[in-house]
Design a protein around this ligand. Structure first.
Ligand SMILES: CC(C)(COP(=O)(O)OP(=O)(O)OC[C@H]1O[C@@H](n2cnc3c(N)ncnc32)[C@H](O)[C@@H]1OP(=O)(O)O)[C@@H](O)C(=O)NCCC(=O)NCCS
Length: 242
């Protein structure tokens, strides 16, 4: 696999996918899903996690139920090989609304973030608090929906970088200047993180459907294949992407 693969799923809970997909979940994943506030959130969590296991199973060459995960100190999940060593296959996932995005590649430093378009109150306060001077400057002349689009574009780029680094939102988003294609985290020392501090970011938004960005420690993350699965049930019968 010489570049990143990105899977986007639109989850329709009417299709009752949670039954077949829950079979491959570990007991703690089922318990976590069951702890969510509403039945809908619980079912969504089951479908998302089941799809993640099915996607990873195609790369790892093992059954979805046999996939094992480990996590870093900030909760970033990794694929673990039998015996617990980290796998060379990296991945990251994001969910928003009814969408799930899963990025996979031969790089541990992968981050993906998606946000479904929605009303954001206090957008100016968020920009003031979390955006760098060059980011604010790039939004300065935008108003209305263009400003909201610009906000989501930069926000998902920031979050994709923070997720690629493994720190997530334990690092202040203002440490990421997401205007450039090549993003250096903080002052370049990556605060003792697991990965080199430079990330390559690309936009993966589908206008009107979701805003999103993909980040990787490898420049070839800018080349990616997208598998757009409107109905996740179709994916389960699809051939592998290479
Ligand atoms: C990860 C984080 C950025 C999620 O943001 P979000 O916009 O709410 O959610 P997204 O849907 O984009 O991403 C969630 C997924 O990211 C992954 N994830 C979790 N922690 C992550 C991290 N530190 N870095 C990268 N990815 C992470 C998981 O797969 C998670 O899915 P899951 O909840 O189904 O397991 C945010 O919750 C965070 O920073 N958490 C870590 C905070 C921390 O340091 N916790 C320490 C105790 S574990």
């Amino acid at each position: 696999m010489d570049h990143l693969h990105l899977y986007t799923f639109q989850i329709d809970l009417r299709s009752r996918l949670d039954r077949p997909l829950s079979e491959c979940l570990a007991p703690e994943e089922r318990a976590r899903a069951a702890s969510y506030r509403t039945l809908e959130l619980s079912r969504f969590a089951v479908v998302a996690r089941g799809l993640l296991r099915h996607v990873l199973s195609r790369y790892a060459g093992i059954a979805p139920a046999d996939i094992a995960f480990s996590h870093n100190d900030h909760g970033k999940p990794f694929l673990a090989l039998p015996g617990g060593a980290p796998s060379p296959i990296g991945f990251n996932m994001s969910h928003s609304g009814a969408m799930v995005a899963i990025a996979v590649g031969e790089d541990a430093a992968i981050g993906v973030d998606i946000e479904c378009p929605r009303e954001i109150g206090e957008i100016d306060t968020l920009i003031e608090r979390f955006f760098t001077m060059p980011e604010r400057e790039s939004l300065r002349d935008l108003s209305g929906y263009r400003r909201a689009d610009g906000f989501f574009r930069l926000w998902t780029r920031k979050e994709a970088v923070l997720k690629a680094s493994g720190f997530g939102l334990s690092v202040d988003p203002v440490q990421v200047d997401a205007v450039a294609e090549r993003v250096v985290l903080g002052d370049g020392t990556a605060a003792g993180g697991d990965f080199p501090p430079t990330f390559f970011v690309t936009d993966i938004s589908t206008p009107g459907i979701f805003h999103g960005a993909l980040a990787s420690g490898r420049p070839d993350a800018l080349v990616h294949s997208i598998v757009d699965c409107e109905d996740p049930a179709d994916f389960l019968g699809r051939p592998e992407l290479r």
